[in-house]
Design a protein around this ligand. Structure first.
Ligand SMILES: NC(=O)C1=CN([C@@H]2O[C@H](COP(=O)(O)OP(=O)(O)OC[C@H]3O[C@@H](n4cnc5c(N)ncnc54)[C@H](OP(=O)(O)O)[C@@H]3O)[C@@H](O)[C@H]2O)C=CC1
Ligand SMILES: CC(C)=CCC[C@@H](C)[C@H]1CC[C@H]2C3=C(CC[C@]12C)[C@@]1(C)CCC(=O)C[C@@H]1CC3
Length: 397
């Protein structure tokens, strides 16, 4: 039986009920209905039963694109979308895997023509591409996160995309000082702590401003924090590398600072819930949502759980926060000044020290209320799954 036309947006329950009723009225012949300026061609059924089956929600009619789908979060998102019956186009600067049901489009998101090819017949776009936060290339962040996001929005409009879900970051409100149970109405950081944060703020503003029910483009931003899980290229590898170099001995501050670490499956769940809740009448249009594990944990307990789980010793000695932050600032300035002569990347950047030594945890009650969000994997299970997924990083491996 042929699937619904791929142009059709994922039908909601009431639409499919209406289609079923139409099916009972029209026994033969095809019906063309106009939904959101796109023609939906229903198949030509021969019996009521066949028609009813043809018009049920068919997973293959869910078509979406994941920009940044080769990355850590992007790939987990793609896998979940496939599980849920979506067909996925991945757009990324690199191709890191192959999967049935996924079409890869390799390109730079600043290239509108390349994007337009990947967005053909797509009604839902997840934008989770960004340069790695560890980079200090200001021009790259501005080009990809700001100009690139403008290009993504233009391409989405031209391609007739109806929904855009942006992966923003809870860091957009973080200025290096304590945030406890922060809500989405906190102001954007006035003095963002690095170029990554500075450009993530502009990116989020652009995407939320683009939400326009009249024009048929709905947008929402998800703000995760401290994503971890299997295949993460940042958190566990940096931690293990630091431990292997004998530098994971110190706790910055008194070690009591609470932080959100969010298991990747929960972040994916938040993205998909947002996409599926995004309708013109929904309260989530044009808004930002924190998605966390809803279990703030002491930063240094989390680090210890991962390290000990992988067979390394947990940090034990305390260093004063202000001293380490000051040193990190000095090192960062030195690295800037000496850049023309020597290139070195300090492990202790001001951002990293701030993340390691302050409270930063966020409330996800808005996501619970507006989209029924609830974490699907507990922190304990997330840590266990993560540790098990890195046998090659175990002590002595
Ligand atoms: N990881 C975390 O803890 C958090 C992440 N986020 C956000 O989540 C999103 C995903 O993060 P994460 O999965 O960790 O990051 P990754 O670096 O793993 O994934 C990002 C992907 O985007 C690609 N990309 C970069 N530049 C371009 C470009 N110009 N055109 C097309 N693709 C490009 C990257 O390629 P390449 O690797 O070659 O650069 C990579 O494949 C980001 O927006 C990030 O800001 C938010 C909060 C926390
Ligand atoms: C909650 C949150 C936003 C986490 C972000 C993840 C990374 C920024 C961290 C992953 C490993 C961390 C780490 C440090 C800082 C923050 C991370 C990079 C240190 C550099 C802090 C100072 C040390 O003693 C070594 C740490 C290595 C691991």
């Amino acid at each position: 039986m042929p699937p619904l036309h791929p142009n059709s947006s994922p039908p909601n329950e009431s639409a499919s009920r209406a289609q079923l009723i139409q099916g009972l009225l029209f026994v033969r012949g095809s019906i063309h209905t106009v939904a959101k300026q796109k023609t939906v061609c229903l198949p030509t059924p021969t019996t009521h039963l066949q028609f009813a089956m043809a018009t049920r929600i068919r997973p293959s009619s869910k078509r979406c694109a994941v920009i940044g789908g080769s990355g850590f979060l992007g790939r987990h998102l793609v896998e979940k979308l496939l599980d849920k019956g979506y067909t996925v186009s991945v757009f990324d600067i690199r191709q890191s895997y192959e999967l049935p049901g996924v079409t890869f489009h390799q390109g730079d998101l600043c290239d509108k023509q390349a994007l337009l090819t990947a967005l053909q017949d797509v009604s839902l776009v997840f934008h989770c591409a960004s340069p790695a936060p560890a980079s200090d290339d200001k021009a790259l962040f501005q080009r990809v996160n700001i100009q690139g996001t403008q290009t993504v929005l233009q391409a989405c409009t031209e391609a007739g995309v109806q929904k855009v879900v942006l992966t923003s970051s809870a860091s957009v409100v973080f200025e290096g000082t304590d945030i406890k149970d922060g809500r989405e109405d906190l102001p954007y950081a006035k003095k963002p702590i690095d170029y990554y944060t500075e450009t993530k703020i502009e990116q989020e503003k652009l995407v939320l401003k683009a939400c326009d029910k009249e024009k048929g483009l709905l947008t929402v931003a998800i703000r995760p924090h401290g994503i971890f899980g299997p295949r993460d290229p940042q958190l566990v590898p940096i931690l293990v590398d630091t431990a292997r170099r004998g530098k994971m001995k110190f706790i910055i501050g008194d070690g009591s600072n609470l932080v959100d670490f969010t298991f990747v499956d929960n972040v994916v769940h938040g993205h998909i819930l947002a996409a599926e809740s995004l309708r013109p009448e929904s309260p989530i249009c044009g808004k930002a949502y924190h998605i966390t594990n809803d279990e703030p944990v002491r930063f240094w307990d989390f680090m210890a759980d991962i390290l000990v789980g992988l067979g390394y010793a947990a940090p034990r000695y305390h260093l004063p926060y202000t001293l380490v932050y000051g040193l990190a600032l000095l090192l960062w300035l030195l690295s800037l000044l000496l850049r023309p002569l020597v290139a070195f990347k300090p492990t202790f950047t001001p951002m990293r020290v701030a993340l390691a030594g302050t409270h930063h945890f966020y409330s996800c009650s808005r996501a619970k209320q507006d989209m029924g969000y609830k974490p699907v994997i507990s922190l304990k299970d997330g840590i266990r799954r993560t540790v098990e997924s890195y046998p090659h990083l175990r002590h002595g491996a």
